[in-house]
Design a protein around this ligand. Structure first.
Ligand code: SAM
Length: 378
């Protein structure tokens, strides 16, 4: 395998030289640096002791966690032997130490912080390390569902589960049957699909967690570059699990684009999309602290800071008004977003941009008020 060295955050990482990322023997996607940056800031705020990078590939995530955050013991795992060997090389490169084999498929590095590289099915490792990790990161190809049960057993009570999902086609309704199979949920197509997809993912984790008497607290859930990412604190107790389930519900949208949603266990009327999470998608204090970390971090990618600022400012209400889609449906012109938000604010409503779309707004104004405000521009 031909390798080249790249730098990301404080880490130097050997990655395969490949024309296209999916042809490579070990996966590496430079576009995911924002995902890794945000995860580094999350760990800096959360200060977990034990961390698992369960699907590690080159080791870039776990190595950045070791170099850039207060994490004290870091495990890096992959099922692919090429990935495992590259993880070993990359740890040696960054920490200048050699590891010791403890068993056939496990190497321990006793540097300033213990790091353990493991070659196995993540499900087997997570089953072995029962309630062990304060922070557990799942960054799979496609859907994370096949790892959810074991990860919920392996994360400590009140620990944090971080999950990426890149199967946006499934969660956003392009493959409805696949969404039913994997997430037991009816997705929606059209302009609301990204937020609905994210909320279906969160709802699925909440349902899996509930059977272990775990409730979820959403620290941050976002959509970006065709993937979803969530950071959830797993709160211990039957009552908090019940409380999480109460935040699940359904979304309806009519042909004019007008939407409504309701928290209920079963949908009260036909045409429902869901179940999906209708609770908050962020904890402002957590995002504010991450933003501070981002400001203090000289090597964070330039995109990360404005993205976190946008998320912090965003109104945390279910669903947004996609001005282009509304204009198309109602045969009107699209005006400036800032002017539309100003008009709504003058009428006493809240209105902000949203990270889900550069042409949408979030507001507590009802659909008809937004439509009128858009028409008034014409
Ligand atoms: C998307 S990549 C991970 C990327 C990496 N976290 C990063 O930030 O660059 C997914 C990885 O999961 C590994 N994988 C797939 N199924 C697995 C399983 N059952 N157990 C452990 N690793 C697995 C693949 O070999 C691949 O390296």
């Amino acid at each position: 395998m031909e390798l080249k060295e790249i730098q990301e955050g404080l880490a130097r990482i050997l990655v395969p030289k490949a024309e296209r990322i999916y042809d490579s023997p070990v996966f590496y996607n430079p576009k995911m640096s924002l995902n890794r940056d945000i995860s580094v800031f999350a760990l800096k705020v959360l200060k977990p002791r034990t961390v698992l990078d369960a699907l590690s590939a080159t080791g870039i995530r776990g190595i950045r966690y070791a170099l850039e955050t207060p994490a004290e013991e870091i495990w890096l795992n992959d099922i692919n032997p090429h990935a495992f060997r590259l993880i070993l090389k990359n740890i040696e490169l960054n920490f200048g130490i050699e590891g010791k084999y403890i068993g056939e498929k496990r190497v321990r590095f006793d540097g300033e912080k213990p790091m353990i590289a493991n070659l196995d099915d993540a499900n087997r490792l997570m089953a072995e390390k029962f309630r062990y990790f304060d922070f557990l990161d799942l960054d799979p190809f496609g859907s994370p569902v096949e790892f959810l049960d074991t990860s919920l057993r392996s994360v400590r009570r009140n620990g944090v589960l971080a999950v990426t999902a890149t199967d946006t086609g499934v969660l956003c309704g392009a493959y409805r049957q696949a969404c039913l199979r994997k997430y037991l949920s009816i997705p929606i197509r059209g302009e609301l699909c990204h937020e609905a997809g994210l909320r279906i993912l969160v709802a699925t984790i909440a349902r899996y967690a509930a059977k272990y008497d775990l409730g979820i607290e959403v620290l941050l859930a976002y959509y970006r570059d065709h993937y979803f990412r969530v950071f959830l604190r797993m709160e211990s107790g039957a009552r908090v699990a019940d409380r999480s389930l109460k935040r699940l519900g359904y979304l309806w949208q009519d042909k004019d684009g007008k939407f409504e949603y309701s928290e209920e266990f079963l949908p009260g009327k036909l045409g429902a999309h869901g179940p999906m999470w209708l609770g908050p998608l962020k904890d402002d204090e957590f995002v504010e602290k991450m933003l501070q970390e981002a400001k203090d971090h000289p090597l964070a990618s330039r995109k990360t800071l404005p993205f976190l600022e946008l998320i912090l400012e965003e109104l945390d209400l279910p669903f947004y008004y996609e001005t282009h889609a509304i204009a198309r449906r109602h045969g009107i012109q699209v005006g400036k977003l800032s002017a539309l938000m100003e008009r709504l604010r003058e009428e006493g409503f809240k209105a902000t941009r949203t990270h889900f779309s550069p042409t949408a707004i979030k507001t507590d104004a009802p659909f008809d008020v937004v439509l009128e405000a858009m028409k008034r521009r014409n």
